[in-house]
Design a protein around this ligand. Structure first.
Ligand code: SAH
Ligand code: SF4
Length: 360
């Protein structure tokens, strides 16, 4: 049964985008399907009003699965000796990017484990070459690096950077990412912002040991830092990791975190993450109906894709590009035009408001 306090809080969230810690906790902790559905519908309305029907596509190229870290949840962790490791060459990455451009993508996301083989200079050369050959927006997701590297990559033409803080709980972060510090990660995010990158962050929902209160704190951190994109994905258990016997995160809870984030951030980019899509066959549609407006599509060459196994199923599940326009049309959405940057989005929102002001 839908509670009056739930409905009132949801209405306020939708109207004002300002909710207290307790109010977010109330929205998040529901177990009632009708309340959840009302939350997802409210997020869908906010997405519709602030962003419209466009779903922007990003091509993701996972160019190396070597990693020097040992995050307890991730299949790429250094200690996983069962994984076949690969690195793509400069030429392969460039050719893949050119193909993505020919397919019509306007953004390329270069992602890898934390692999020191790709020095600051190597990545800088890659950015220069991809920019020269494709003029695509370039997003990087290669982990924590020095301020010097970040700065050189920005100067070379890097546009965006994706670095999830994963969890705002300091103790959980330190337990799950041995040798890493939450403060360092946040420092990297601030540095990236100062350098002029559009900054994407995010979390994992359903990590073993994570509480609802931790998730409320995650959402408030999203709002505080006003990230340009926020990736919210469920934990997916990988058998070759120390968390192999822990259960997967819940789809409903992930959708609730996504929806509340849409209410509180209004116009940030929110992807229907790969992990959501893998957790459930309906995940993609459900996320797009609960506030999401971005799809990250795996463009890694098929010989490598299966080996980028952050979690099981990662390399085998992908959306057929040729079916995408019909699928999006069937849910009242369409593929976004332009590079789909947040700057562009904010400008459109401002222009729309000016227009309303001129023609009230
Ligand atoms: N090495 C870089 C980028 C690759 S990892 C980094 O760590 O930032 C990309 C993302 O995969 C991580 O941010 C994490 O959120 C996600 N991930 C890793 N293992 C996962 C798992 N078992 N379930 C869900 N997401 C996972
Ligand atoms: Fe490496 Fe990133 Fe996986 Fe951690 S999450 S082990 S840094 S690839």
């Amino acid at each position: 049964m839908v509670r009056l306090a739930y409905t009132e809080t949801l209405k306020r969230g939708e109207r004002t985008s300002q909710l207290s810690w307790e109010e977010i906790h109330l929205l998040l902790s529901t177990t009632d399907l009708e309340e959840k559905q009302n939350l997802w519908d409210a997020a869908d309305r906010v997405r519709k009003e602030w962003i419209g029907p466009e779903v922007h596509l990003r091509a993701v190229v996972e160019f190396s699965n070597y990693c020097q870290r040992n995050c307890l949840y991730c299949g790429l962790r250094k200690a996983n000796q069962t994984l076949h490791r690969y690195r793509m060459s400069h030429r392969e990455i460039l050719e893949t990017s050119i193909r993505a451009k020919e397919f019509g993508f306007q953004t390329i996301v270069l992602q890898s484990g934390e692999d020191p083989f790709y020095t600051g200079e190597r990545i800088e050369e890659l950015i220069l070459a991809i920019k020269r050959e494709t003029q695509m927006a370039i997003a990087l997701s290669v982990g924590e690096r020095s301020a010097k590297d970040y700065s050189a990559w920005r100067t070379a033409g890097g546009d965006r950077y994706l670095l999830k803080f994963e969890t705002s709980s300091r103790s959980l972060f330190h337990q799950l990412r041995p040798g890493c510090k939450l403060e360092e990660r946040i420092f990297c995010l601030q540095k990236l912002r100062q350098l002029g990158f559009e900054v994407a962050s995010g979390n994992i929902v359903g990590l073993p040991g994570q509480t609802l209160s931790d998730l409320v704190n995650d959402i408030l951190l999203f709002q505080k830092y006003d990230f340009d994109m926020i990736g919210i994905g469920p934990f997916i258990s990988h058998p070759q990791t120390p968390l192999g016997s822990s259960p997967n995160g819940s789809l409903d809870l992930t959708l609730c975190v996504l929806a509340i984030t849409r209410l509180l951030t209004r116009n940030t980019h929110l992807p229907a993450t790969t992990a959501i899509r893998i957790l459930s066959p309906d995940g993609c549609e459900a996320a797009l109906a609960a506030g999401a407006n971005i799809l990250m599509l795996d463009f890694t060459p098929s010989i490598y894709r299966q080996h980028y196994e952050i979690y099981p199923g990662k390399g085998t599940h992908s959306i057929a590009l040729n079916e995408l326009p019909a699928f999006l049309a069937s849910i009242g959405r369409k593929i976004g035009q332009g590079v789909g940057s947040r700057k562009e989005l904010l400008k459109n929102i401002r222009d729309g408001m000016d227009q309303k002001f001129k023609n009230p």
